[in-house]
Design a protein. Structure first.
Lengths: 131, 131
DNA sequence: AATATTTTGTTATAATATAACATTACCTTC
DNA sequence: GAAGGTAATGTTATATTATAACAAAATATT
């Protein structure tokens, strides 16, 4: 069984490395300017890498921030994500989701929709920003 | 106690009307082209209206679609929204959220964040698209 | 009426994302 | 190892989404 990261291509690794080193969600064009020294010079190179990294669950997109963050929950099923987001500093934290998944089954039934994924974004103020 | 809609300005009413008549989430530039006959000719006019309408809870933004939809749950607290979204046709349905709010309190504690809002987007395939 | 405030209008531009095609690297198979 | 195929990368251009900054008009307040 191969290491997931080994399956990634050069550009995908470059982009993932940068995202993992960031302590906050990062925007595509911020990634671009930060990895330009490594040879990625145009948006499609970054967006292609982002797309693949999301597919394999290495990163997630924070929709409300148009930003990307490394997965810290070893998401096997990247179809369900939960993040808490500080409205003041944009710091995010991935929430583990075992309990919630069960809960969401009920909501599925309520809407007659065959559920295949979800994204929950919780907004608030983090401890640091509250003081 | 005044009617919420009465407090809206001309442009806000125009934009809201269009969104309410749409049976799907609509994009800002689609709104713009559809209300241009009513005098709104530039993006800021639409975006300003959208901002206000979100503030007062008349509409919500579907972040994963960059689209806007009328509130159908008479959201008093527009801080928590739940939508089911068909990945095939982009149809959405607002889910009432009484049960979930309680559930989210726990998640708040899990992250040491003072929660003030949330947005849950559930993805799946609607009945129509499944057949 | 004069003044302040809010809303609207307008121009320009920023920020986010993708389409389309060219080139290179990397396999495979003969 | 040349020929041909596939995947990855590079490149240019453009589409889409959103906001800044300022001007004009409408509305409210004094
Ligand atoms: Zn994850
Ligand atoms: Zn914070
Ligand atoms: Zn609502
Ligand atoms: Zn559908």
């Amino acid at each position: 069984m191969k290491d997931k990261k080994k399956e990634l291509t050069k550009n995908q690794k470059i982009v993932l490395d940068f995202i993992q080193k960031s302590n906050k969600p990062v925007k595509a064009y911020s990634i671009l300017s930060n990895v330009s020294k490594k040879g990625l010079k145009a948006p499609p190179q970054v967006y292609r890498a982002l797309e693949k990294l999301m597919e394999v669950g290495e990163i997630h997109k924070i929709e409300s921030l148009n930003s990307f963050v490394a997965c810290n929950s070893k998401c096997i099923e990247p179809n369900g994500t939960i993040f808490s987001i500080c409205k003041s500093c944009d710091q995010t934290k991935e929430v583990s989701n075992t309990e919630l998944f069960k809960f969401l089954s009920d909501i599925k039934d309520m809407n007659g929709i065959e559920l295949s994924g979800y994204n929950l974004e919780l907004f608030g103020t983090c401890k640091t920003c509250k003081t």
